[in-house]
Design a protein around this ligand. Structure first.
Ligand code: UDP
Length: 323
């Protein structure tokens, strides 16, 4: 297995996965519609402009290259927007994935690693969240990922599709060497927003809720470094011959919003202007992963376990962004 198609390889996690795969000797083809992705983030010479909605554009990619397996990141991922405009999300994330699977099967490509999310669990019934936790997503975004996971099971039974869906917790940080990093428009994620407030690019970071049942009243999340995610995708690719299923990717460590702000102040040596506000709808108090399955099945373990180290990579990027 040498030629990997990275669908959505111009995006945040996709581009870091391409960088990792290439460093490990894989040949990567990136296909992306560049709606949210960045051309500058694509580190392989083999870039193809393609859209999940346009099967012809996908077919051209599979005709041109001898693809052995697909890593599929291409999705819309704004939870709030998915609630307001579910049509956009179901067409792109679900119908688009069906299109991709059609073209894969036409070309006898039967291996896929997929970006899923802990949002497929919905409101947590216990913590840490393991893969056996019931799945009851509470927004359209989570449901699109949940449906695709279900589709994979049927496609495996019927067509022999080998699949690993990786359920990410909070992806964070940037490539250690500063070559690529996180750049969303609009930006909604906690770490880049804190760093922009510290830089003076934003007035402040608004903390969404201070009355949660947590040690300091703010929400707790499990932040996993994007390079640890990238490595897990490679390990998943290498495991597809003998495993199909869903695997959590998190560190198992919870960090509160307040702890994150304090850590960012420590890393940058600067004060972060903070405004304390109301809760954001749909935010559970605590989310962190049980990651034994990733350790056992993939032989994976996170290299970044200190939040300061994750922030340091994001800060390096924030100070010297290329895109
Ligand atoms: N958060 C916050 N202010 C912000 C953005 C996020 O307090 O401007 C909190 C949010 O409530 C959550 C955590 O930071 O508890 C991580 O949010 P993010 O949007 O980065 O990821 P999510 O957990 O929603 O996927």
């Amino acid at each position: 297995m040498k030629n990997i198609l990275v669908m959505g390889g111009a995006g945040y996690i996709g581009s870091h996965t391409v960088k990792h795969l290439m460093a490990q000797g894989y040949h990567c083809v990136v296909a992306d519609n560049l709606v949210y992705g960045h051309r500058e983030a694509v580190l392989t010479p083999d870039f193809e402009l393609a859209d999940l909605a346009d099967k012809h554009s996908l077919t051209k990619v599979f005709d041109k290259y001898q693809i052995d397996a697909v890593v599929h990141f291409a999705a819309y991922a704004y939870v709030g927007e998915s609630v307001e405009n579910p049509q956009k999300y179901f067409y792109n994330n679900v119908v688009g994935t069906l299109n991709l699977l059609d073209v894969m099967l036409q070309h006898q490509v039967k291996k896929i690693v997929f970006s899923s999310t802990c949002a497929t669990y919905g409101n947590p019934q216990y913590m840490p969240l393991d893969e056996k936790h019931p799945q009851a997503p509470i927004n359209a975004y989570g449901r699109t990922k949940f449906f695709v996971e279900q589709i994979f099971n049927d496609y495996e039974r019927a067509y022999g599709l080998k699949h690993i869906a990786l359920r990410y917790f909070n992806a964070a940080g940037c490539s250690k060497d500063g070559e690529i990093g996180e750049s969303h428009t609009p930006e909604t994620h906690l770490i880049p927003l804190i760093l922009k407030a510290i830089k003076g690019e934003r007035d402040c970071i608004k903390v969404f809720g201070t009355d949660y049942d947590t040690k300091d009243g703010t929400c707790i999340r499990d932040y996993i470094h994007v390079e640890d995610l990238a490595e897990a995708h490679r390990l998943a690719l290498e495991k597809l011959d003998d495993f199909s299923g869903c695997i959590n990717l998190g560190t198992g460590i919870g960090t509160s919003v307040k702890e994150m702000i304090e850590a960012a102040e420590k890393v940058t040596g600067k004060k972060c202007p903070v405004e304390y506000g109301a809760r954001r709808a749909g935010d559970p108090a605590k989310l962190f992963a049980a990651n034994e399955m990733a350790r056992q099945v993939l032989g994976w373990q996170p290299k970044y376990t200190k939040i300061e180290d994750i922030i340091a990579t994001a800060w390096k990027w924030e100070l010297n962004k290329r895109f």
